[in-house]
Design a binder for this molecule. Structure first.
Ligand SMILES: Cc1cc2nc3c(=O)[nH]c(=O)nc-3n(C[C@H](O)[C@H](O)[C@H](O)COP(=O)(O)OP(=O)(O)OC[C@H]3O[C@@H](n4cnc5c(N)ncnc54)[C@H](O)[C@@H]3O)c2cc1C
Length: 484
């Protein structure tokens, strides 16, 4: 086989974005994806006319996704619908429209916390105003970092104060600092990942209030558009092709071995697959520095998820009950204190369900350890999957009474399903763990001394997510082109 300029492992958003930039610049690019669909977590599956997102139900652009799509000329190729959030418990609902309104509505339910809520949401408002300005400034793309930072500081002086409050804090420590009410604290802690840095808490609120989106027609359309772009620019995306080894000679990557035995020589190898799998399975400990293997041995992935996907038949009673969704995304605290996420997917994008019908996602965090032991016992695994699915439908029924009577289509994904389709280590949903105490930071300039090798995707920078996958791709594509 002739040598390729760049081989990319994995056609998730990280791999496809890298391939798009490199193919557009004229390099010969080949992407190998183990799954039969492109997109990684950004893919969809169809059941009886309902289109469900396999991974995220929406994402924030974070000043990254839309600028990249624009730069590639893809912005007009997909339409995006805005999504919206809400917190619910018992019969109570608080939509997240603006910081002021959320503060007011929560104060009605927690009058003893009214002044604390005002302080907290003042911090949120100032923080997210600064965040928005920062994201719009192009800072994420390294544009005029010094002048942009000074300008931001001058225009949003209180942003520095908001960031100082967030510094060295987590969502939990901030909520403990601001509030006394146990239920309010618990419900705020449940938003986003269980433990995340104070800055990410601000980022999360910013996304909830004005930056969460879903591609109309389903997530898969976005991945397909990127893959088409790669093909149109002469690159190749090979689906159903698993890479089994990154071949290393004289401390440099020289190509990849595919699971079917083919060797693909390449001048540069980019991994867009998860880094634990990349380093330990594809490269091998013998090629790694102890500093890196120590970090990987101590690494903790982000939380894994159990999801239920329901297609709901239309009925006047259901229509009335669905009115409770003021936002499409609900963080719901159940009667026993557990929480689930409910997403009325067809509220944001009716085209994903047959006319008059509805698509619903129910999700909750589900520790990988609880599933790991079932890998070798399919019967026990299926039984547990069904039990957890029924339990989630029951809990969702607290929010939507009579839900189970309207189910036409039912599917579920356990952490083992996510792991099987994406190879993400221990089904980590968004890279390494978001808890700043447990997160893994790989310094590629010091920890990895392998030539002709690069990494992109949600493990390269913490915290992970779709914007991280794409911005890491943007930087690495530039780096490869610069070297060329
Ligand atoms: C339920 C859920 C909700 C989420 N919600 C959000 C959200 O709201 N916002 C947000 O920003 N992010 C969210 N995320 C995370 C987000 O989806 C991911 O961080 C992002 O899509 C990761 O992209 P990636 O390209 O880095 O990796 P992936 O999407 O994991 O892609 C990696 C690809 O590499 C392939 N691969 C792996 N090993 C090999 C191999 N050996 N050979 C060939 N191919 C290989 C895999 O099959 C996969 O296609 C969520 C994830 C889940 C599961």
């Amino acid at each position: 086989m002739t040598e390729t300029d760049v081989v990319i492992i994995g056609a998730g958003m990280g791999g496809l974005t890298t391939a798009a930039y490199l193919a557009r610049a004229g390099l010969t690019v080949r992407v190998f994806e183990q799954h039969t669909l492109p997109g990684g977590y950004i893919s969809s599956f169809i059941r009886d006319g309902f289109t469900f997102p396999a991974g995220p139900t929406c994402f924030g652009s974070n000043g990254i996704i839309f600028p990249i799509l624009k730069e590639l000329g893809l912005e007009g190729k997909r339409h995006f619908a805005r999504t919206s959030y809400q917190m619910s418990w018992g019969p109570h609902d608080v939509p997240f429209l603006t910081p002021q309104q959320t503060c007011r509505d929560l104060a009605i339910h927690f009058p003893g916390e009214a002044s604390n809520l005002q302080r907290y949401f003042r911090w949120v408002r100032i923080g997210i105003d600064g965040f928005r300005a920062m994201l719009e400034s192009g800072l994420m793309f390294g544009e005029n970092v010094a002048t942009t930072t000074i300008r931001l500081g001058l225009r949003h002086p209180l942003f520095l104060w908001a960031m100082a409050i967030a510094r060295r804090q987590t969502n939990r420590s901030l909520h403990e600092r601001y509030f006394k009410d146990a239920l309010l604290r618990q419900m705020l802690n449940q938003l986003g990942y269980p433990v995340m840095a104070g800055q990410n808490t601000l980022g999360m609120w910013g996304a909830y209030f004005d930056d969460t989106w879903v591609p109309v027609g389903g997530m898969q359309g976005l991945a397909n558009a990127l893959m088409r772009f790669v093909h149109e620019h002469g690159g190749q995306v090979h689906l159903g092709k698993r890479v089994s080894r990154i071949r290393v000679e004289d401390r440099a990557a020289v190509g990849v071995d595919l699971a079917d035995g083919t060797f693909v020589p390449a001048r540069v190898v980019v991994t867009a697959a998860d880094l634990y799998h990349t380093f330990f399975d594809l490269i091998g400990r013998e090629h790694l520095l102890p500093i890196l293997t120590n970090k990987l041995d101590a690494a903790v992935p982000s939380e894994s998820i159990f999801a239920v996907f329901l297609g709901l038949r239309d009925s006047p009673r259901l229509e009335t009950e669905l009115q409770r969704f003021q936002g499409s995304h609900i963080w719901f605290t159940c009667a026993n204190g557990e929480y689930i996420q409910l997403v009325l997917l067809s509220k944001d994008d009716p085209s994903i369900a047959p006319p008059g019908k509805h698509a619903l996602f129910i999700g909750r965090l589900s520790p990988y350890e609880e599933w790991e032991t079932l890998k070798s016992d399919n019967e026990a695994y299926q039984a547990r999957k069904l039990t957890v699915t029924r339990r989630l439908i029951e809990q969702a029924g607290e929010f939507l009474p009579g839900l189970s009577e309207h189910i036409e289509v039912q599917e579920a994904a356990s952490p083992l399903t996510y792991e099987r389709y994406t190879s993400n280590w221990r089904a980590g949903s968004a890279g390494w763990n978001w808890d700043p105490q447990r997160s893994t930071h790989i310094d590629f300039s010091k920890d990895v001394t392998l030539g002709n090798f690069f990494a992109v995707g949600h493990y390269v920078h913490s915290p992970g997510g779709v914007p991280t996958a794409m911005i890491t791709a943007w930087y690495i594509a530039r780096e490869i082109l610069k070297r060329k």
